[in-house]
Each structure stands twice: as C-alpha cells, then as structure tokens.
Design a protein around this ligand. Structure first.
Ligand code: SAM
Length: 288
C-alpha cells in the first residue's frame, strides 16, 4: 500500500492522473509523515471515532484517518480528485467520500446521519481561502463536535489562540474561545507541502467546551458587540458601539454600561476579555 505522505508516492499518483493543481481551491498537499502522525495523535483519534475530513485532496491524511478511526466522512469539492481517491482509498471500507462544497452542505444533518449519536471529530488540512468561514460555520451552527484539529495559516492560528491585550487579539479569538479551548499543537513549514505555500502553517486544536465558559442573555447580541468593537480597531469601544449598524445603542448608553463595569471612556475593544464582553452585552441588553 503506497502511503501518500511519502513525496515519491504523491508525485507518482499526480503524474499517473495528470493532476493539475487548482489554486482557487487552496490545494497544497501534505508530504510529511511526521506532520501527519502528529495531527492524528493530537486529534486523539480512536477506533470509536467518526471523523469529518474537509478537503481530502488525493487522500494523504484520509489514509491515516481510516487506519485510526471507526469511520471517515471526507468532503471534497474538486471532482477531478474523485478517481484518484477511489484508487488511493481502495483498501478502506470505513470511508465515505462526498464530492461537494462543504460550505453548501447542511453539516448538522450530515453529522446527525453519520455520527451514531456521538460527537464527531473534525480533522483537516484546510483550504486557507475559507478557513474562517468553515471554522465559524462548525461552531455557530452548534454541530455535534468533540474537537476540531486543523492546519491553518500560522498567523490565523496565532490570532485564534491569542488573549486580550495582545496585538493579534480580535473578533476571531473571541468567537472561537466562546465555543472552544484553542491550542497550537504544531508549527509546519512550507516544505511539508506540495506545492509549497507562500506562508507558514500551524496545526491548531480546538476542544469544544462541554458547558459554556461564559453565559449571556443573548449570544446574538454578544457577537454583534464583538464585531462592532473590532470593526474600527483604532477607535474607542464607545465609538464602535455607537457607530455600529447592527447595534442600536447610543454612545451615552455605552458609556453608562462601561462606567458600571468600572471601565473608562477611552477603553478599546482589544483590551476586554470574553467575560467582560459578556458582562457588557448583558448590561446593554438591560437598557432596552
Ligand atoms: N487533505 C489534503 C492534504 O492534506 O494533502 C489536501 C489539503 S488541501 C490544503 C485543501 C483541500 O480542500 C483540497 O483538496 C481542495 O480541493 C479542497 N477544498 C477546497 N475548497 C473546498 C470546499 N469548499 N469544500 C470541500 N473541499 C474543498
């Protein structure tokens, strides 16, 4: 059995099928067995797990997943990869390949149909052009997930993991940390991929909270507030709230809520923790 994590085997398969890389699909295939093994071990895949893989490519990581998991559902947009996957995954009977755009799928329904009542694990070397929409879709739609272990651009991984007061901290940090505990588990240089991407990558694991770390009266309002606070980074929080098209509070109301929290009028969104955003959201909510 030819493991595709070995560069020579990947090259052979690509040649055999005259495969042409599609830049628009973010195709950078892994060719490093150490990185693949690290992803599998950090994702803590066991024989009981149902795994959703987004973008299997030619099946490099899928092979590893099939050997470690109970079942693998692999969703791939590029139909020219279907005959290749049929060959590279031929010896596994625990994989289901779906030729679809993951962003157009009802992931909740897919998971309910496939997971046999257990939370699934998501593992992927993500196409970087849709990293944030995919992660947010999985989290916001409250798909029944245990953990998400994904390869992303290094700076995105750092933003996701960063804490209040750092320069990387932003709406994505807060959004992910509301739902999950993120941790960068590996740094991956460009030479581990074919073709080599222009950026460095990192594997980040997001373990979903079983119970929310903060509770708010309205999740919808909390996320509107977070977006408003980071839409104009150099502006004060009061201006961000007052100018938001999504929120309907005056600057005076925002100031009053901040004062109740013991915060000054010049405070900026990037210094507030998730807990403080939640408290502010509830205080504003009470003003209606
Ligand atoms: N998993 C493979 C690996 O590690 O070698 C390939 C990873 S490559 C970075 C990303 C894969 O996602 C490509 O195969 C690409 O065609 C696929 N892809 C891109 N956009 C997608 C989408 N919207 N839905 C499903 N798959 C997508």
């Amino acid at each position: 059995m030819a493991y595709l994590g070995v560069a020579k085997n990947t090259i052979e398969v690509l040649k055999k099928y005259n495969f042409i890389f599609q830049k628009k699909f973010g195709q950078n295939f892994l060719i490093d067995t150490h990185v693949l093994e690290k992803i599998i071990s950090q994702a803590e895949i066991t024989e009981e797990d149902v795994v959703l893989e987004i973008g299997p490519g030619i099946g490099t990581m899928t092979q590893y997943l099939c050997e470690n998991a109970k079942k693998v559902i692999a969703v791939e947009i590029d139909s020219s990869l279907m005959p290749i996957l049929a060959e590279t995954l031929a010896e596994y009977d625990n994989v289901k390949v779906i030729n679809q755009d993951i962003l157009k799928m009802d992931i909740n329904r897919l998971v309910q149909e496939e997971n046999e009542g257990r939370p699934i694990k998501v593992v992927a070397n993500l196409p970087y052009y849709i990293t944030t929409p995919i992660i947010m879709e999985l989290l916001e739609k409250k798909v029944n997930i245990d953990s998400i272990t994904v390869m992303v651009q290094k700076e995105v991984a750092q933003r996701i993991q960063s804490k209040a007061g750092t320069k990387e901290y932003g709406a994505i940090s807060l959004a992910v940390q509301y739902y999950a505990e993120p941790k960068i588990v590996a740094n991956v240089p460009p030479n581990c991929f074919m073709p080599r991407p222009n950026v460095s990558s990192a594997v980040i694991r997001m373990k979903l909270h079983k119970t929310p770390v903060v509770s708010v009266k309205s999740e919808e309002q909390l996320f509107k507030l977070i977006r408003a606070s980071f839409s104009q980074r150099r502006k004060t929080l009061i201006n961000g709230i007052g100018n938001s098209a999504e929120l309907h509070y005056t600057k005076e109301q925002a100031l009053k809520a901040l004062e109740e929290m013991g915060l000054g009028e010049n405070i900026r969104g990037e210094t507030l923790t998730l807990e403080q955003f939640a408290a502010l959201s509830d205080l504003l909510q009470d003003m209606y």
